[in-house]
Ligand binder design. Structure first.
Ligand SMILES: Cc1ncc(C[n+]2csc(CCOP(=O)(O)OP(=O)(O)O)c2C)c(N)n1
Length: 623
């Protein structure tokens, strides 16, 4: 799949929020009606949810809304991830809705997931009547208290008059600065009571003023460091995608001629096919990217957060590098790695200003010799690492399917503009490695929380938000068993997403660690019979439980099985041609494939292994 890196989704801003504008004349209605009107006014068009007693008043006026489409999920976790997938695919705020108590607590995982990955989300939850709060009433849960550590903000609303203002503020907070999830918990009596609705409401967020414009002195300092560097790396994270800065990034990269590495959350921010792209850094990053950071004399971090999966053992991470760290969230700067030049600001503005400042250094002949020549010595080393340790895999000797091969062919046969959502595990890493991403918003995954069960509902949300794009979920057989019920939602709502179950019969990533670090003692990672551990059954993987083909068909999807490499392309093409229903392909793959390269948890990135038993040799002359 190739396409130019254009058309990053623009982050959505709520349509109306502050005073100063002409307010509409007050109209009398219920709090619930006011909630639906407010959602329409902020530009929400889709709500993923499931009703219950406390939120029921809101579901009644929803029936009369022409602007809001409600998609009834089968589990609230599905609603949360679907709203996340919708937000990641469109750049708009995702909206989910649930009732009080268990409905709300079922949203906790997707809220935490969205928080870790900075996804703009608004979750509307019903709460028991205000007079019952604190009495252990039926289906009462303190969702504001529970979700506080995993949300950007949350509101408890017990007065109908507060509903429009709160909705406007929630959308504003979710979508501005560092995006994130916001909970709006509304008591049932507030939904039922009479109020008046006017728009826009006057919002009041005195302490909330995200800095987007970077400080010019910091930009000049950063440009000077780039001009004097000999071994720079642009370390690019999800923030670049969120700010829609991919165009600016390409200009900066080509101006500086510095190598680029994009994190798991930053995939698509810089075209994989670009010659300056080294691939992904971190635990399963490419040898070239991991080593480039280790040997760099300057790291320019753009919308990335020095996550432990990227740095490995922090005290030995990039020991020679000065650091420029640009992030919209000041709390990220210096959190894990001290910054020599901290820059607080929106990535798009930061990168645009950096382009101007680096150009000024060049015009003023401030470039050092290496920068002036485009870092030829550095590129010589980088190219040697790329050529010596490329990504690759072996085909199984028994003629079975290699999981990497399945994923690679899905990528190669995908129609232009296809969007991929991955689960968590080996298949996620292979999907990051073996599909070529050349445009933003084409790769969705759960990077921070690592949530198994993310892929199917996120793909559902993405397909709802981008109905004209093909959407493939690349899922593991373990992940798929966590949230596949949302395929019923997809089938009934006419959302023809495609799911590739990479069925290795195991919780593969955990099994890989057992292979490498637990002496091949496979405790509770085998998903077929005899799966509680101990000896693997001699009869192999004969019993299919569940049978994913039958399961898919029972859920209103097309179910296909593929075990034969000779059938691989035909099966993928068949799935690509089906557009009236969801499709699930059960790819039976070899169970022993492993994800390489790998930096073992808790070790230094210097100890990256290119493959099992293959420790790259960088020589001493390269320091
Ligand atoms: C909700 C949740 N529980 C447990 C884990 C730990 N975990 C990480 S990867 C993985 C195995 C995933 O198995 P599968 O979906 O079959 O994918 P594979 O690794 O085989 O590709 C597990 C259990 C997790 N990330 N999320």
């Amino acid at each position: 799949m190739t396409e130019q890196a254009t058309g990053a989704p623009k982050p959505q801003q709520p349509r109306a929020r502050t005073g100063g504008q002409q307010q509409s004349a007050p109209v009398e209605m219920t709090g619930a009606q006011s909630l639906i009107r407010a959602l329409e006014e902020v530009g929400a068009d889709t709500v993923f949810g499931l009703p219950g007693g406390a939120i029921l008043p809101a579901y009644d006026p929803m029936m009369d809304s022409s602007g809001l489409r409600h998609i009834l999920v089968r589990h609230e976790q599905g609603a949360g991830h679907a709203a996340t997938g919708y937000a990641q695919a469109t750049g708009k705020v995702g909206v989910c809705m649930a009732t009080s108590g268990p409905g709300a607590t079922n949203l906790v995982t997707p809220l935490a997931d969205a928080h870790m990955d900075s996804v703009p989300l608004v979750a509307i939850t019903g709460q028991v009547a205000s007079g019952s709060i604190g009495t252990d009433a039926f289906q009462e849960a303190d969702i504001c208290g529970i979700s506080m550590p995993v949300t950007k903000h949350n509101f408890l609303v017990t007065d109908a008059d507060e509903i429009p203002r709160t909705v406007a503020e929630a959308f504003h907070i979710a979508s501005t600065g560092r995006p994130g999830p916001v909970v709006v918990d509304i008591s049932k009596d507030a939904l039922q009571e009479r109020t008046t609705f006017t728009w826009p409401p006057v919002t009041d967020l005195p302490g909330y003023r995200p800095v987007t414009k970077p400080h010019s002195k910091q930009i000049r300092e950063a440009a000077k460091l780039i001009a004097q560097a000999r071994r720079p790396v642009l370390y690019v994270g999800g923030g670049v995608l969120k700010s829609g800065a991919t165009g600016e990034l390409k200009v900066l990269a080509e101006l500086t001629r510095a190598p680029v590495t994009t994190t798991l959350m930053g995939i698509g921010a810089f075209p994989d096919s670009h010659p300056q792209h080294l691939g992904m850094p971190g635990m399963h990053g490419t040898v070239a990217a991991v080593t480039a950071l280790q040997k760099a004399d300057l790291i320019v971090a753009l919308g990335a957060r020095f996550d432990d999966r990227v740095t490995g053992r922090l005290d030995s991470f990039a020991p020679l590098a000065k650091v420029v760290h640009a992030d919209i969230d000041p709390a990220e700067i210096g959190k894990n790695r001290a910054a020599d030049v901290p820059i607080v600001g929106d990535a798009r503005e930061v990168i645009a200003d950096l382009v101007v400042a680096v150009q000024a250094e060049a015009d003023g002949e401030g470039l050092g010799e290496a920068a002036g020549a485009g870092f030829p010595d550095w590129w010589q080393q980088l190219d040697r690492w790329r050529e010596t340790y490329p990504l690759g895999y072996d085909l199984p000797e028994d003629g079975s399917l290699a999981p990497q091969q399945v994923i690679q062919r899905i990528g190669e046969l995908a129609p232009e503009g296809t969007l991929f959502a991955a689960g968590v595990g080996q298949h996620q890493m292979w999907a990051a490695h073996f599909i070529q991403y050349d445009r933003p918003a084409s790769w969705l995954n759960s990077g921070g929380l690592g949530t198994m069960g993310y892929a199917v509902p996120a793909a559902l949300g993405a397909k709802v938000g981008q109905p004209d794009r093909t959407v493939w979920a690349i899922d593991g057989d373990g992940c798929f068993q966590m949230t596949n019920q949302e395929l019923v939602t997809a089938a009934l709502n006419g959302v023809p997403l495609k799911v590739a179950v990479i069925n290795n019969g195991a919780l593969g990533m955990v099994r890989q660690w057992q292979t490498l670090f637990y002496d091949q003692r496979y405790s509770n990672t085998q998903l077929y019979e005899g799966g509680s551990g101990g000896e693997a059954p001699q009869q192999g993987r004969g019993t299919r439980c569940p049978d994913f083909v039958k399961l898919a068909e029972a859920m209103g999807c097309v179910g296909i099985r593929c075990e034969d490499p000779d059938q691989l392309d035909a099966v993928i093409e068949k799935a690509n041609a089906i557009n009236d229903r969801p499709v699930v392909i059960d790819f039976i793959v070899h169970e022993d494939a492993m994800v390489w390269p790998m930096v073992a948890a808790g070790t230094s990135n210097d100890e990256v292994m290119a493959a099992r038993g293959v420790r790259p040799d960088f020589g001493d002359d390269e320091e």
